[in-house]
Design a protein around this ligand. Structure first.
Ligand SMILES: Nc1ncnc2c1ncn2[C@@H]1O[C@H](COP(=O)(O)OP(=O)(O)OP(=O)(O)O)[C@@H](O)[C@H]1O
Length: 293
């Protein structure tokens, strides 16, 4: 079983059930999301996405602005609920006690593969804490907390004693190449340093899944390249399941063991960089890949 599996996931934004059903029908008939928007006024975030991400894979989601990348990634930890579809996560990789299992729809009786949409409130919170962390484009650090408090924050939520959580935070700060800045505040750091803190924070909680939403896009090219190298090095050691959004094909090729390409909310193709290069599914994919290789 894959670590993450999106099954027929569609998202129509800001529509009630009957309006969404009409929109989905038009999409099923082959209308593009642009045409649907023109005819109905509704935005299509995603349409009929089937995507599997394997454990230990660094999977890049790539597409132009508005193609649905952020919408897709936010379904994985349920910051967004789909209009239709299921989101399966294999929680055998999770940290902590999986006490959310009992309230979840499972793939089969004894399975630890759960449909995340079946979780509510406390169990959903617990599922997120134990399975998924996120790194944001604009870092998302808490400005009034020091660097070490930011990195240790997720462990504080888990009620880990201060000395223990700070020791772990120091370890991850050193792993991302930051030492001696524990007492600094985020606004005293460069963008590259802030994003290293963001990465250390995601690693400190030890979740098996890390979602990275344009995590390096706000950085200048030199620093961006350094962080990409560091992510690859860490991934080599840690073997996390990483879903990495980017609109930069060079970044996707450098980082991704596989790349999924979105266009207008539809998943056009998933494959290794080489597969996309050799057999692009359509002209949209070909345009990205044409100068590469
Ligand atoms: N809150 C919202 N309300 C209405 N429409 C939205 C909302 N969020 C996203 N959309 C629409 O859903 C579609 C997909 O947007 P999304 O942000 O997922 O794309 P993206 O590929 O991440 O784009 P970008 O690279 O610009 O961040 C777009 O048409 C967008 O306008």
């Amino acid at each position: 079983m894959s670590h993450i599996r999106l099954e027929n996931v569609s998202k129509v934004l800001d529509a009630n059930a009957s309006e969404a059903a009409k929109v989905l029908k038009l999409l099923q008939q082959g209308m593009s999301s642009g045409e649907v928007r023109e005819q109905t006024g509704y935005s299509v975030g995603l349409y009929d996405i089937n995507l599997s991400v394997e454990a230990g894979e660094l999977h890049c989601i790539m597409g132009l602005s508005g193609s649905g990348k952020s919408t897709l990634i936010r379904h994985i930890n349920r910051l967004i609920d789909p209009t239709q579809g299921k989101i399966w996560i294999d929680t055998q990789h999770s940290v902590g006690t999986p006490d959310y299992l009992d309230s979840a729809e499972r793939l089969s009786d004894q399975s630890r593969v759960i449909n995340v949409l079946s979780l509510r409130d406390k169990p959903l919170q617990k599922f997120r804490q134990n399975n998924v962390s996120m790194v944001f484009q604009h870092f998302g650090l808490v400005p009034h907390m020091t660097v070490i408090q930011n990195v240790a924050y997720g462990l504080r939520v888990r009620k880990m004693p201060k000395s223990e959580r700070h020791e772990i935070a120091r370890h991850w700060l050193s792993e991302v190449g930051l030492e001696g800045i524990e007492s600094s505040y985020p606004d005293e750091l460069s963008g590259g340093m802030q994003q290293r803190v963001g990465l250390a924070r995601a690693l400190a909680v030890d979740t098996p899944i890390i979602l990275m939403d344009e995590a390096f896009s706000a950085l200048d090219p030199l620093i961006r390249g350094q962080l990409q190298d560091q992510l690859l090095e860490l991934q080599h050691k840690l073997n996390k399941t990483i879903v990495f959004i980017t609109h930069d094909i060079d970044e996707a090729i450098k980082l991704g063991s596989r790349i999924s390409i979105l266009n207008g909310g539809r998943l056009v193709q998933t494959g290794t960089p080489q597969q996309l290069q050799d057999n692009p599914a359509d002209a949209y994919v070909e345009r990205f890949m044409v100068t590469k290789g």
